[in-house]
Unconditional design. Structure first.
Length: 202
């Protein structure tokens, strides 16, 4: 995002993607709001829960983008639209799957809130949204590079600004493929958990 007389800044779009990802986690965790006995026999597939969470996240993102575009003196520039779409989708899917797993594990609402407060929030704040990781010392920079949210944010930043903390287009493509692999792995793990009936049929 950039104002008409100001240098482009990634904060507003990236803050938007963080809030969208957090809301996706809560939507993906909707399973904990129903009785597990009923969830086990529910006609809706759990993939529909993930799909609903991702769809909601994308619609919220589009609505906020439209509102930002109407703000006086603000112009949205998409340097790489594919990166905005891809990394937004990968981030939403990642959080939806995490929310579904968290909801199966959680015994009550406080457990889901703990995942949001002590896992999602720190990963979001340490994702390089408000700073560049080049300013961090070696160990902390390495920790940031192990954070999947860092790649979601950097890819999203590249989509708007054409630059990111992970490098040029080749590095962004590699990060996008890595997030896809992570989501496939997490999706398979989630499927195995649900198929086993852990904490659902008990």
């Amino acid at each position: 995002m950039e104002a008409s007389s100001a240098r482009p800044t990634p904060v507003a779009p990236l803050t938007r993607v963080i809030s969208r990802m957090a809301s996706t986690l809560r939507r993906g965790g909707a399973l904990s709001s129903v009785k597990r006995e009923k969830a086990a026999a529910a006609p809706i597939r759990q993939t529909a829960v993930v799909a609903a969470a991702v769809t909601r996240a994308l619609l919220v993102g589009l609505t906020v983008a439209a509102a930002m575009a109407l703000y006086p003196g603000v112009t949205l520039h998409a340097r790489a639209p594919w990166a905005i779409v891809w990394f937004g989708l990968m981030g939403a899917t990642l959080l939806a799957l995490m929310g579904l797993v968290a909801s199966v594990w959680a015994e009550k609402f406080d457990h889901n809130a703990a995942v949001t407060n002590f896992v999602i929030a720190p990963l979001s704040l340490l994702s390089g949204t408000f700073y560049t990781i080049e300013r961090l010392s070696g160990p902390f920079e390495m920790a940031s590079r192990l954070n999947p949210f860092f790649y979601v944010i950097s890819g999203f930043r590249y989509g708007f600004l054409g630059r990111s903390d992970i490098g040029g287009e080749a590095a962004v493509l590699t990060a996008g493929a890595g997030l896809l692999a992570l989501n496939v792995l997490l999706g398979w793990t989630t499927y195995r958990i649900l198929r086993s009936g852990w904490k659902i049929r008990s």
